[in-house]
Design a protein around this ligand. Structure first.
Ligand code: THU
Length: 160
């Protein structure tokens, strides 16, 4: 029996189409991207999150000479937020990626598989979806209303 699944997403041709809070998150993610530590890949990623209390926090990718010891922008940011505000829900996450030398050539940069899995844990933990935006310096933005849209057949703690 063949079955299909569909995902819905929103596409913004330019960040000027975003609302005010989304624009703020985009700016904060771009600022954070500038501080990424990515001497090996030269691929800079910034990330911002909006909490339910209105606070915004940001982070970026942190690489290491021993490559697997580095960490993506999304998890750097999420883990810091969880460590400091364990009981506060996350409403939105905004990701901006792009190469150091030619960032405007990159299309919207989606989160890697490991970050999707980490994000699933946050949605499960807080029992609420997180709006996810991914973009690049091209100013195009893609929005999904849940990480689950990017990870069909996800694995979470309910299986254990
Ligand atoms: N990177 C992120 O920060 N987030 C992603 O979701 C994709 C990849 C980083 C990891 C590494 O520092 C660089 O981009 C190149 O893979």
């Amino acid at each position: 029996m063949k079955k299909e699944t569909q995902i819905g997403y929103e596409y913004f041709k330019n960040s000027s189409e975003l609302n005010d809070i989304e624009k703020e998150l985009f700016e904060r993610a771009k600022e954070a991207r500038e501080n990424a530590y990515a001497p090996y890949s030269n691929f800079l990623v910034g990330c911002s999150v909006l909490l339910e209390n209105g606070a915004i926090y940001s982070g970026n990718n942190q690489e290491n000479a021993a490559f697997p010891s580095g960490l993506c922008a999304e998890r750097t940011t999420l883990f810091w937020v969880a460590a400091n505000f364990p009981k506060v829900k996350i409403k939105k996450i905004f990701i901006v990626g792009g190469h150091r030398e030619f960032p405007e050539k990159n299309p919207p940069i989606p989160p890697c598989g490991a970050c999707r899995q980490s994000l699933i844990e946050f949605e499960t933990k807080q029992n609420e979806n997180i709006d996810l935006y991914f973009s690049s310096m091209s100013e195009e933005v893609v929005k999904v209303q849940s990480i689950k849209d990017l990870l069909p057949f996800y694995f979470d703690g309910t299986f254990l």
